[in-house]
Ligand binder design. Structure first.
Ligand code: NDP
Ligand code: MG
Length: 373
């Protein structure tokens, strides 16, 4: 039995993790929520975790030990009561408990890709001290496919993307897309931010960067294919030009459960994938420039992925608030990458500063309505 701390318990991944924890009979020792008081009360009533961390404005229930903010997450990560963390928060706050828990030799089931995208070099440094198990479905698949393979057997890692709601739309129509169009994801049910990232394909771009840091592969050995059925999550092209692929229904409970039970595998109440027609297409970087920007940030290295992620996050919420058009998101990201004054930073503090600068700069551009569309 694992003693689990679940950060971001009220979200889409959070609730599916609760499902898995409930079924596996693990102990939920700690949770975090940001603003959702109602969800917090409900989760607390059922699981009675010892610790509750509040990162935003939610009101705490009576009973648990209540901690606040980033310091609260770190205190729980270091606590002897916890051996496993599930990081399912939005934003970059997940990096702090992730690094501390790995340093203490604990298991971190990481859903929050922003942690690796923005602070990859620093997470890599402490990765060998603990167990970092990816929850993101493509990376969970890649992690499983890469087991028992030697590095020199691997030619390429190929991540798949559903293509999102605009896969078949013309560039002119995409330019006019409204938030409700972008939120209509064809295969996955997820939080709002990642759903918009799936519509721009920035999600896949962030995942290429995530894969680079997780598996230590250069950008030119990570490819993307559009696969509307979302059945194949990742493929490995092997030395002898054969392909290994990992297939399941698009249900996050499978990778969440695997991250908790690894190296064991357990039964789950998700039916097997009903094998049918699989199609694979090349991504169109013209209609979906976010993917090209993400590759570019990885090739430039240093704080470029950090700045890309920060600018994108601010721009996505501005799009959801109706303040900028759809292509305003990538225009802002491109502009901020060009300006990046932190290109030579190598320290953690420098990366944090680059993140804050990119957020401030994105807000400025949005307020002044510059470079949009
Ligand atoms: P949701 O928006 O559904 O949930 C986010 C969770 O994080 C909520 O518990 C929310 O609390 C909390 N939260 C929001 N903002 C902050 C903040 N600034 N600091 C700390 N906590 C915060 O998101 P998802 O569950 O969809 O995604 C969570 C993470 O997992 C993301 O990084 C995403 O990229 C990644 N991911 C998600 C997948 C999915 O299928 N959903 C697939 C692969 C990766 P509250 O409810 O109180 O606001
Ligand atoms: Mg994914």
């Amino acid at each position: 039995m694992r003693n689990v701390a679940l950060f971001g318990a009220s979200g889409s991944i959070g609730r599916q993790t609760l499902d898995v924890v409930r079924r596996l009979g693990h102990r939920l020792v700690a949770i975090s929520v940001h603003n959702n008081t109602e969800a917090l009360a409900q989760i607390y009533r059922e699981f009675k975790p010892k610790y509750v961390v509040i990162t935003g404005k939610a009101k705490p229930p009576e009973g648990p030990k209540v901690l606040y903010g980033r310091e609260g997450l770190v205190e729980v990560a270091k606590s002897d009561d916890v051996d496993t963390l599930v990081i399912a928060t939005n934003g970059i706050v997940g990096v702090f408990p992730t690094i501390e828990a790995l340093k203490e030799g604990k298991r971190v089931a990481l859903a929050n890709k922003e942690t690796l995208v923005s602070f990859g070099p620093f997470v890599r440094e402490v990765m060998p001290m603990g167990e970092l198990i990816p929850v993101d479905s493509e990376h969970s698949s890649a992690f499983q496919l890469l087991q028992n393979l030697h590095r020199d057997e691997i030619k390429k890692l190929i991540l798949t993307a559903s293509g999102g709601p605009f896969r078949t739309w013309s560039k002119e129509d995409i330019a006019k897309a409204k938030p409700e169009d972008a939120l209509r994801h064809p295969t996955w049910r997820m939080g709002r931010k990642i759903t918009v990232d799936s519509a721009t394909l920035m999600n896949k771009g962030l995942e290429v960067i995530e894969a680079h840091f997780l598996f230590d592969l250069p950008a030119d050995r990570i490819d993307v294919r559009i696969h509307p059925q979302s059945a194949i999550h990742a493929m490995i092209l092997l030395k002898d030009n054969s392909l290994k692929m990992h297939v399941s229904r698009p249900d996050m409970r499978i990778p969440i459960q695997y991250a908790l039970t690894y190296p064991q595998r357990e039964e789950i109440d998700v039916p097997p994938y009903d094998l049918g027609t699989f199609t694979l297409e090349m991504p169109d970087m013209e209609r979906f420039p976010a993917l090209a920007l993400a590759y570019e940030s990885l090739n430039r290295g240093g704080t470029y992925p950090t700045v890309l992620n920060a600018a994108n996050e601010v721009a996505v919420f501005a799009f959801l608030d109706g303040k900028i058009p759809f292509y305003g998101i990538t225009n802002i990201v491109r502009h901020i990458m060009e300006e990046n004054p932190f290109s030579h930073e190598t320290t953690f503090e420098g990366f944090l500063e680059a993140d804050s600068w990119a957020r401030r700069r994105a807000r400025q551009l949005i307020e002044k309505e510059q470079i949009i569309p």
